[in-house]
Write a protein that binds this ligand. Structure first.
Ligand code: ATP
Length: 242
């Protein structure tokens, strides 16, 4: 199957060589344990602003940092992500971190995942965007090769209640920042780096977290409205998070 995946991607890449339409591709990674309404709000808001050709939801394999809790099996997290993408023609559930045996047991670093997509979307003008919440961006200095990552693609940072967006600039090494043009006021919607841009998406304000969803399910409470309807059904049919 791993081979089939690679063939499909090579085929798609080949099929597009004649069109030369520069593509806007968004990568949205997370544990998605489970994917919830906050994630969907972020994806829709980013899509409304940037009009992506494709927005890839990438459930993480085994996380690089040891988690405080055991993640639900990859197969379930991927299935739920697929269901959440169902009504959106260009929201794509991605197996990029499934690993060669599709078990999701391999550790993937974002820098490698971004390079993988860069390899596929390699036509002139193709642009990659990495979507994440403000809480995740504030921790970016702990990620592998984060300086290279910041230089590799644009970022879209979604505001998240409880996390200050005015602190985002502080986690970027000063030498990566573009020199401000004289007399120009600071752009409140973007941080300009020498080789990329960190866009701030402050049109989302969702209090939903996967932790809260799991807690409610564990207590036997409803998660109606906190996760997409199809995901709610899936969780109930599979008796997850109890
Ligand atoms: P957990 O509660 O298990 O830590 P989570 O709700 O943060 O999970 P993840 O799958 O870890 O969900 O998140 C994937 C990405 O989505 C991260 O970059 C995170 O910052 C972002 N994100 C998740 N929920 C929100 C939200 N309500 N608003 C903005 N960003 C969010």
């Amino acid at each position: 199957l791993g081979g089939a995946l690679i063939t499909t991607q090579a085929h798609r890449s080949h099929a597009l060589t004649h069109t030369h339409h520069p593509r806007k591709i968004a990568l949205f990674g997370g544990s998605f344990d489970p994917v919830h309404s906050g994630h969907m709000a972020v994806a829709r808001a980013a899509d409304r602003r940037f009009h992506f050709d494709e927005l890839h939801f990438i459930p993480s394999g085994r996380p690089p940092h040891k988690q405080r809790y055991e993640l639900a099996p990859y197969a379930h997290r991927f299935a739920m992500t697929g269901l959440a993408c169902a009504d959106h023609p260009h929201f794509i559930p991605s197996l990029a971190e499934a690993g060669s045996d599709l078990s999701g047991r391999q550790v993937f670093y974002s820098i490698d995942t971004v390079r993988h997509f860069r390899h596929i979307y390699n036509h002139r003008g193709d642009k990659l965007f990495f979507i994440l919440g403000a809480d995740s961006f504030l921790e970016i200095a702990t990620w592998r090769e984060y300086e290279a990552l910041l230089n590799t693609c644009d970022f879209i940072v979604a505001s998240r209640p409880g996390f200050r967006t005015d602190a985002l600039r502080l986690v970027i090494p000063p030498e990566l920042l573009a020199r401000p043009k004289e007399g120009e006021p600071l752009d409140s919607h973007a941080i300009h780096l020498r080789r990329s841009t960190v866009h701030l998406l402050d049109t989302v304000s969702s209090h939903v977290s996967a932790t809260e969803v799991r807690k409610r399910l564990d207590r036997g409470q409803s998660v109606h409205g906190l996760v997409p309807l199809r995901v709610e059904e899936y969780i109930s049919k599979q008796a997850l998070y109890r």
